[in-house]
Design a protein around this ligand. Structure first.
Ligand SMILES: C[S@@+](CC[C@H](N)C(=O)[O-])C[C@H]1O[C@@H](n2cnc3c(N)ncnc32)[C@H](O)[C@@H]1O
Length: 289
């Protein structure tokens, strides 16, 4: 099979409309358009809804959101140059629908209660494992807005917390699958507990992608054949694992109504220290009396 045929995937019909060259050239890991298609199968995105695509990489998933749903997308990323993303956005004639933004996920330049939907594909794991992150990110979400993420993750926990040997074994190309980015891989139930314990959101969906490893592996093969891969292929380990441990988790939640009127700044925001100072001053003036 040639690489372009491998990039055609019956499971993701909307994604098949995008040229294999465009998709292959702009990948930064697993196929972001396939994964965004999977994520949005369970989210109602209406025209002109304000959507934050957090950690959008080369903005392919943002282009998908604008083209398929007519959303207003804030394509936000740290590593990828905004002008490079703007070029891709213009190529698709979507400059009125997508705003590329370079920002760090803990210092976002948005107003509180601004977005209808916040999505993250293969990026949330880089910052969202922090227990304090959900309260920060949902502050930018409207009451009853949606927060959703797809994460490469574990299909089950490791026996006795030990990384299985086949994930640590060097492949024929010398690459070892289980490298530092994988340390953020978790099961869907880990994510469910991580979000539910905050009481900030109601989780609507928390599941895994059927045959996720197969979709990931076939793209690895295609990118390598086409010479578009930026990292050595991990196809060999994915096929050896056969979905026993490695795949994709999806989590979708609604922001609770009761949590929208928070007046306190988040602990990471500079305003937080001003609030602390005023509380200390108040306490000190009370003690003087
Ligand atoms: C593996 S890439 C995936 C990119 C894209 N979503 C995709 O699937 O092709 C992870 C992305 O997360 C973004 N990222 C990682 N840490 C971040 C942070 N602290 N703030 C904002 N973005 C971050 C990176 O800029 C990078 O583009």
């Amino acid at each position: 099979m040639d690489w372009k045929t491998m990039m055609y995937n019956e499971r993701f019909p909307k994604s098949n409309k995008y040229s294999p060259e465009f998709v292959a050239k702009n990948q930064m890991g697993p196929n972001s358009i396939w994964l965004m298609e999977w994520l949005t199968e369970k989210i109602e995105i209406k025209e002109n809804m304000k959507v934050l695509d957090l950690g959008c990489g080369c903005a392919m998933s943002s282009i998908f959101l604008a083209k398929e749903f007519g959303a207003m997308v804030y394509a936000t990323d740290l590593w990828i140059d905004v002008s490079e993303n703007q070029k891709r956005i213009v190529e698709f004639g979507l400059e009125d629908k997508i705003i590329p933004i370079k920002a760090e996920a803990h210092a976002l330049p948005f107003a509180k209660n601004f977005f209808d939907v916040i999505v993250a594909v293969d990026s949330y794991g880089y910052f969202g494992t922090d227990d304090l992150y959900l309260s920060y990110i949902t502050s930018f979400l409207k009451s009853e807005g949606i927060i959703a993420a797809v994460l490469p993750g574990l299909m089950q926990d490791f026996d006795n917390f030990k990384v299985p040997k086949h994930l640590l074994k060097p492949q024929k190309n010398g690459n070892v699958f289980w490298e530092p980015d994988c340390f953020t891989f978790h099961t869907k139930d880990w994510w469910l507990s991580h979000w539910m314990k905050t009481t900030l959101v109601e989780v609507e969906t928390c599941d895994t992608l059927e045959d996720g490893y197969k979709h990931w592996a076939i793209q690895e093969k295609a990118l390598e054949l086409a010479g578009f891969n930026i990292f050595p292929s991990v196809e060999e380990t994915l096929l050896n694992d056969a979905g026993q441990y490695i795949g994709f988790a999806r989590i979708i939640a609604t922001k609770n109504k009761a949590k929208t009127e928070e007046s306190m700044p988040h602990a990471w925001q500079p305003e937080f220290s001003a609030v602390c100072e005023s509380l200390r001053n108040e306490r000190d003036s009370r003690k003087k009396v």
